[in-house]
Design a protein around this ligand. Structure first.
Ligand code: ADP
Ligand code: MG
Length: 398
C-alpha cells in the first residue's frame, strides 16, 4: 500500500497545528513511568515537526477508562516523561476537546508541544464517533498517525480524524509499515515463518494466512504438540489442544495445496515438571515418555530450523519454540534467534519478529537489536500477520 509520510508535508508547516496520534500507553507505577520504550519511539516524529516550527499537539489513550474520566488514567504524569525524553517543554491540556484544549492550543508558539488528556475519557473515542473526531479536528490543520500499535482499532483518533484532515504517517509508523512490507507484503523469497507459543487456538487465523504466503512454516512451542497429536504422535502430558486436531489437519492440508512445507519438531526436551532447572531428557518425537511433557524442541529440530533460516531470504517470527522463561527450556529459542541474528548481520536475511513473549525471548537471547525489525505492537502486529486490513493504516492510504 502507499501512504503519505512526513516527506510529503507541505513545504512550510511553521505555525501549522499538527495533531499527532502517538502511543503513550506506557507502564506506570505510583504515578511514575517505569518503561519509556514507547515514548522514545515517538520522539523522532515530534522533534522533526517541532523543529520545522509546527505546533505539535499530541493525542493518546491510556489504559481502559471506558469513556469516563478516571483520574488514575490521566496522561498528566506521562507529559513529564515525554518532556524529558524529548528534551523540550511539553504542556498539558486537561481535555482533548472543548475549552481546556482550545485555550492551551491558542497559546502555543511555533515549535511548541502540547499533550492532550486521555482520548478514551470520551466514549466517542472507541466508538469512532464522527462528532468527537470533528471536535478534535477543529484544533488542527494536519493529522499525523505515529501509533501503529493502535492501528488495528477504528477509533476517532486512529481512523476518524484521518478522514477529516490531510493525513500522514509519522516516522515510527512509516518504519513499521516498511518493515512489515519487507516481511510479508512484498518479501524476497524464500520466506520462512516460525510460529510458536502456547496454543493453536490463539493463532488459527495467523497460521491459515501464513501457509498461503510463505515457503516454509516452522511450528514450535506448545502449539506444535497439537499438530503432532493430530498426526498420531503421543505427546503424553504435554500442553495440547486435542479438540483442535481437525483444525490442525485442515491447516496441514491447506499447506500442501499452497506449496508450503510445514516443519514440525523431530525431537523434544521433556520434563516431569514445569519448573526452572527441572530434570529433563532429550527424546525422539515418537518416544516421549508417558509421564513427561514437552517443554522445548530438541537439538535435531533446532538444526533443521536453522537450516531453513539459512536458506531463507526473509524470516517472520512470532512465538517462542519452547518454554523460554525457564532454563534450560530456552535453549532452542535462543539458538535459532542467535542464528537468525547472525544471518541478518551478515546481510543474508531480512528478519521481522513481533509478539509480547517473542520480544522478551529475543531480548533474553540478546539479539533483538540485530533483527531487521522487532515490532512491539502486539495486537496490531498479529492482525497484520493474519492478513487483516488495519483501519488506522487503511485511512492513511494515499
Ligand atoms: P507471543 O506473546 O510472542 O505471541 P505466545 O503468547 O503465543 O507468544 O506464547 C508464549 C508462551 O508459550 C510462553 O509463555 C511459553 O512458555 C509458552 N510455551 C512455549 N512452548 C511451550 C511448551 N512446549 N509448553 C508449554 N508452554 C510453552
Ligand atoms: Mg504472549
Amino acid at each position: 500500500m502507499s501512504f503519505k509520510t512526513l516527506d510529503d508535508l507541505p513545504a512550510d508547516i511553521a505555525g501549522k497545528r499538527v495533531l499527532v496520534r502517538v502511543d503513550l500507553n506506557v507502564p506506570m507505577a505510583d504515578g511514575v513511568v517505569t518503561d519509556r520504550t514507547r515514548i522514545r519511539r515517538v520522539v523522532p516524529t515530534i522533534s522533526e515537526l517541532s523543529n520545522k516550527g509546527a505546533k505539535v499537539i499530541l493525542l493518546a489513550h491510556f489504559g481502559r477508562p471506558k469513556g469516563k474520566v478516571v483520574p488514575e488514567m490521566s496522561l498528566r504524569p506521562v507529559a513529564q516523561a515525554v518532556e524529558e525524553e524529548l528534551d523540550h517543554r511539553v504542556d498539558f491540556a486537561a481535555d482533548c476537546i472543548g475549552e481546556a484544549a482550545k485555550k492551551e492550543i491558542d497559546e502555543m508558539a511555533d515549535g511548541d508541544v502540547v499533550l492532550l488528556e486521555n482520548t478514551r475519557f470520551h466514549p466517542g473515542e472507541e466508538k469512532n464517533d464522527p462528532e468527537l473526531a470533528k471536535s478534535i479536528a477543529e484544533n488542527g490543520d494536519i493529522y499525523v498517525n505515529d501509533a501503529f500499535s493502535a492501528a488495528h482499532r477504528a477509533h476517532a483518533t486512529t481512523e476518524g480524524l484521518a478522514r477529516l484532515l490531510p493525513a500522514f504517517a509519522g516516522r515510527t509508523m512509516q518504519a513499521e509499515l516498511e518493515a512489515l512490507e519487507k516481511g510479508l507484503g512484498a518479501p524476497q523469497k524464500p520466506v520462512v515463518a516460525i510460529v510458536g507459543g502456547a496454543k493453536v487456538s490463539t493463532k488459527i487465523d495467523l497460521l491459515q494466512n501464513l501457509v498461503k504466503k510463505v515457503d516454509a512454516l516452522v511450528i514450535g512451542g506448545g502449539m506444535a504438540n497439537t499438530f503432532l497429536a493430530a498426526k498420531g504422535v503421543d505427546v503424553a502430558k504435554s500442553l495440547c489442544e486435542h479438540d483442535l486436531a481437525d483444525t490442525a489437519n485442515a491447516i496441514m492440508t491447506e499447506a500442501v495445496s499452497a506449496g508450503c512445507t510445514i516443519v514440525l519438531p523431530i525431537d523434544a526436551v521433556v520434563a516431569r515438571e514445569f519448573k526452572a532447572g527441572a530434570d529433563n531428557e532429550t527424546v525422539d518425537i515418537d518416544a516421549v515418555p508417558a509421564d513427561t511433557m514437552i517443554l522445548d524442541v530438541g537439538p535435531a529440530t533446532v538444526a533443521k530450523v536453522n537450516g531453513w533460516i539459512d536458506q531463507a531470504a526473509t524470516l517472520v517470527w512470532n512465538g517462542p519454540l519452547g518454554a523460554f522463561e525457564i532454563a534450560p527450556f530456552d535453549a532452542s529459542t535462543v539458538s535459532a534467534a542467535r542464528f537468525a541474528a547472525e544471518q541478518t548481520t551478515a546481510g543474508e536475511l531480512v528478519s521481522v519478529a513481533g509478539g509480547g513473549d517473542t520480544v522478551a525471548a529475543l531480548n533474553h537471547a540478546g539479539v533483538a537489536d540485530a533483527f531487521t525489525y522487532v515490532s512491539t505492537a502486539g495486537g496490531a502486529f498479529l492482525e497484520w500477520m493474519e492478513g487483516k486490513e488495519l483501519p488506522g493504516v487503511a485511512a492513511l492510504a494515499a
